[in-house]
Design a protein around this ligand. Sequence first.
Ligand SMILES: [Zn+2]
Length: 173
Amino acid sequence: MTSKTINKKALATLAKLSQISLPIRIEEVAQLLGLKVLPYPLENEVSGILIIEDSIGTIGYNQNESRVRRRFTIAHELGHYLLHSEESNLFVDKNFKVMFRTTSSPEEEHKIRLEREANTFAAAILMPDDLVNKEVENMEFDLGSEESIKELAKRFDVSTTAMYYRMMNLGKL
Ligand SMILES: [Zn+2]
């Protein structure tokens, strides 16, 4: 799946639910799509899980993590639900850092691809390109500065790092 396709899917999801205003209420988006979203007793290194049972999705998130992190987790699990529900009915996300190894099996490669896609979806739904463009146009200060990335991150309610990568991917930096 290309990131363009994933971006489209994320935007279509928001449009369908009339949820295109900042910050994106990701928990509400998931709930409107029929998913349950709840804090889960997860081991510390586990950020989130998605369980699909009788086609009903449940997203569990680690409540010990920061709000922006939890938001990203919910968006990531929603990505698995919308993009990968035919692949598996259980996703356990320890962290979103993709390991690059010189030798990885086809199974691992496949898993890494799914994680990348879920991350792309999370970024696309929390930081929709139209809204990023609009906010950037309205910004009065230097786009490349740390301050402006921080300000944008605040408006989108995401981490500064997530905002930075999104801006890079959208060719804004
Ligand atoms: Zn995942």
